[in-house]
Write a protein that binds this ligand. Structure first.
Ligand code: FEO
Length: 396
């Protein structure tokens, strides 16, 4: 399958309707994804990115139906990660001498993964590659989201091939953002930003400002995952600037796991206290064992504060809570508040462990931890409700 995007530019990627997990099992893809590859057929022919290796044979066969592979003059590898470079070995078996353009770190990544001495050409920001009347302009994008990432811009057609930036894991045959369900699209974009780009927000802002300062006319943003931004493409750039600016909504998220329902009861009583104190804040409760961790992280991203709870087990915390705390630590959320709670039967370390972890992750701890021994009785229930009321004020 190929699709004409504009003039001599064609989408030649793969729509992966079956994909449920990405980055191994780290990232859930409830709505599938796409691996976008683009073929530009000017006086010179350039291929921008390939796709995940699982589909390399069909990708190369499809490409060969589109063009004589020997007519591909240049391969552009905007990013070395396997979902974009995985089909390179299959492609390069057919055209072993074709030059590959990538960043200096891209060279490390591609050599490190494929151990081939292909005809690499290292480019840096501002370098150009003539395709005839039009040219590709390269811009390095380190840490958006890997050190080797770059984007390229096609003059004349005003297309920005942004690789992972501005992407989303979303499968659709419609190809363009303006044609798909907008609520679904927004949900996948914010999940992608929250789970992948949050730690790099300062660099996101710097790079976007750098690219905007070039004052390039922009007709479309063509990312390497999901749909193409055709209608007012700057909308996703503006959205990224908002998300990168310590984004939060009027939301408090309570995240917990529970063994015999005591910690769950605490969570619900804390929520009751918040609600009694603040009628407008959006309170969301997630039992970690029953929820997708990436969806929970998206809710953390949207929150002004989070409250995390676990019962004590083996003088520690439940593994689902440990896992989300590990994710939270890596994502380096800024300017959010937090609190910790937990029930216990004997030793009771859990709330303190959670609190220490959140503090290390940069959260401002708003109050002492809340612990309840055994199952909450009326007095403990009241303590939890009061805790919720107090937190509501401190989170305001
Ligand atoms: Fe960083 Fe889509 O890979």
């Amino acid at each position: 399958m190929s699709l004409n995007i504009k003039n001599n530019v064609y989408w030649v990627g793969k729509i992966d309707w079956e994909l449920e997990r990405f980055h191994g099992y780290e990232y859930s893809t409830h709505r599938g994804s796409t691996y976008n590859s683009y073929l530009i057929r000017e006086d010179k022919t350039a291929l921008i990115d390939t796709i995940w290796g699982t589909y390399s044979k069909e990708f190369v066969e499809n490409l060969a139906n589109e063009t004589d592979l020997n007519k591909i003059d240049y391969v552009i590898a905007n990013h070395g990660e396997a979902d974009h470079s995985g089909a390179l070995p299959e492609l390069m078996r057919n055209i072993p001498d074709t030059p590959i353009y990538c960043t200096k770190n891209g060279l490390k990544s591609l050599k490190g993964q494929y151990h081939q001495d292909w005809n690499f050409n290292v480019v840096k920001t501002g370098d150009t590659l003539s395709l005839g009347d039009k040219e590709l302009v390269f811009v390095e994008m380190p840490m958006l989201h890997w050190p080797d990432s770059m984007l390229c811009y096609l003059t004349g057609d005003n297309l920005l091939f942004s690789n992972d930036a501005f992407g989303h894991h979303y499968a659709s045959e419609l190809i363009y953002c303006d044609l798909v369900d907008q609520a679904e699209l927004y949900a996948e974009c914010i999940k992608y930003y929250a789970n992948i780009l949050t730690p790099f927000s300062p660099m996101v802002v710097r790079k976007i400002k750098e690219v905007l300062s070039l004052d390039l006319p922009l007709d479309m943003i063509c990312p390497s995952h999901g749909m193409i931004w055709r209608d007012r493409p700057e909308q996703i750039v503006e959205q990224y600037l908002k998300w990168a600016d310590n984004y939060q909504e009027n939301q408090i998220t309570i995240i917990y796991d529970t063994m015999w329902n005591s910690t769950r009861k605490m969570a619900e009583c804390i929520a009751k206290g918040i609600r009694e104190s603040d009628k407008e804040v959006d309170i969301k409760l997630y039992h970690l064992e029953k929820k997708d961790k990436n969806d929970v992280i998206t809710e953390v991203f949207k929150s002004k504060a989070i409250i995390v709870g676990s019962p004590t087990i083996n003088k520690g915390i439940l593994t689902s809570v440990a896992a989300i705390l590990e994710l939270i630590q890596g994502l380096k959320f800024q300017k959010k508040k937090a609190a910790a709670f937990g029930s216990y039967g004997w030793s009771g370390e859990s709330a303190k462990i959670i609190s220490d972890s959140l503090e290390t992750s940069g959260f401002e701890m708003a109050d002492e931890v809340l612990k309840v021994n055994w199952s909450p009785d009326n007095e403990s229930v009241e303590k939890c409700v009061e805790y919720g009321k107090r937190l509501s004020e401190k989170f305001a």
